[in-house]
Design a protein around this ligand. Structure first.
Ligand code: NAD
Ligand code: IPM
Ligand code: MN
Length: 369
């Protein structure tokens, strides 16, 4: 039976609260009599808590552990206590960027599916049937370009190389083709009307997909109007929404309006095309919910752990080729929500811990079948 190693970063704020529920799901899977894999969890300090303990948001040892591990699971980092340290890569968030960079997880998949009827502020008939993946370029753009910061002038260089756009365009087409939906569409969002980097983006996306994946339909949409369309007609985007690092960051948080909370959105950052089946070599992945450390609700035991738990489902699917276990986790989450259990962000009263154990009970039953 293979053993997969996972760097586990609870992080700051609600990070450790939701991560505990996510690793407990991995325990249910590895200890089940029918289990086909073991997980070696490597918990480490990272972010603000690492600044407090070691004077740096990430030690070399943790970066090295992340480089060697088969996968990384993270809660979230940052918070008001460390807000003065955001310059360059020195603060908690900068450490996340460094870890993404050293592991070259260039493809950030942020799936959004409408679930739990009644929780969206949008009308139910608008959001019903919405199912897309925001695919965010994760290792380039102004997040990583050279920076200048003086009291009177600051700049972040927003640049892309052809090769960076080609690899993310291939990933987008691959995801569109492998989705169950009959619609094989990539909607690429940019600002080609004003930004030079967007003009290269649009050209290379078009050329790469057209040449290598002729079955995939490509739609180019300006990123600003894409936001209105996503709220007015979310199903229009069914398939893959491709965007660079900045636009993808914004569009993926906006997608939280569709389920009515950021707390349920998972994400997977991948270094390669996903594992296709059980037995394939693990694909390096960095899994984290889309949401942040939510300082406003930290320590209250009310955070929604679903985004973190669904990130574990993505890990099982994309890094380890464990599709059945991944689907079982997703089904367990949906049946728990369908049974009416909701955390506060979904207008319920269920605690983080109770939500976690209800999902685990449902999962246990599914695995027993
Ligand atoms: P946030 O995502 O932390 O919170 C936005 C709102 O959503 C808050 O009202 C919060 O209570 C709510 N929310 C988020 N996750 C929730 C959950 N699981 N359950 C219930 N409610 C939830 O965004 P922010 O407030 O802009 O950022 C807070 C801090 O987190 C900042 O320091 C930011 O840099 C950091 N951050 C970190 C990551 C990461 O490490 N991956 C991601 C985003 C933001
Ligand atoms: C996210 C976050 C991060 C990002 C920050 C905390 C570095 O907002 O994961 O979406 O911008 O990538
Ligand atoms: Mn973000």
């Amino acid at each position: 039976k293979p053993e997969f190693s996972i760097l586990v970063i609870g992080g700051d704020g609600i990070g450790p609260e939701v991560t505990a529920e996510a690793t407990a799901v991995l325990d249910v899977i590895s200890t089940h009599p029918k289990s086909r894999a073991a997980f070696k969890l490597l918990p480490r300090l990272f972010g603000g808590c690492s600044i407090d303990a070691h004077g740096t948001p990430v030690t070399d040892e943790v970066l090295e552990t992340g480089r060697k591990a088969d996968a990384i699971l993270m809660g979230a980092v940052g918070g008001p206590k460390w807000d003065g340290m955001r310059r360059g890569f020195e603060g908690p968030e900068g450490a996340t960027l460094r870890l993404r960079d050293v592991t070259q997880v260039y493809a950030n998949l942020r799936p959004c599916e409408y679930f739990a009827a009644g929780n969206s502020p949008l009308r139910d008939e608008l959001v019903r049937g919405a199912k897309f993946i925001v695919l965010r370029e994760n290792c380039g753009g102004p997040f990583y370009g050279p920076k200048e910061e003086t009291p009177d002038y600051a700049s972040d260089l927003w640049s892309y190389k052809r090769s960076e756009i080609e690899r993310i365009a291939r990933m987008a087409a691959h995801l569109a083709l492998s989705s169950a939906s009959p619609k094989k569409t990539v909607t690429s969002c940019d600002k080609a009307n004003v930004l030079a980097s967007s003009r290269l983006w649009r050209k290379v996306v078009q050329e790469t997909i057209e040449k290598e994946f002729p079955e995939v339909e490509i739609v180019h949409q300006l990123a600003d109007s894409a936001t209105t369309l996503m709220m007015m007609r979310p199903t229009l985007f069914n398939g893959v929404i491709l965007a660079d690092n900045t636009f993808g960051d914004i569009l993926s948080d906006l997608a939280g309006v569709i389920p009515g909370t950021l707390g349920v959105l998972p994400s997977a950052c991948l270094a390669d095309i996903p594992a296709q089946k059980w037995g394939d070599d693990p694909v390096k992945g960095f899994y984290e919910p889309v949401h942040g450390s939510a300082p406003d609700i930290a320590g209250k035991g009310i955070a929604n752990p679903i985004g973190a738990i669904l990130s574990v489902a993505l890990m099982l699917r994309y890094s380890f080729g464990m599709e059945e276990e991944a689907a079982a986790v997703e089904k367990a989450v949906n049946s728990t929500l369908d049974a009416g259990f909701r955390t506060k962000d979904m207008r319920g009263t269920t605690s983080t811990k109770d939500m976690g154990s209800l999902v685990r009970e449902a999962l246990q039953q599914l695995l027993d079948q």
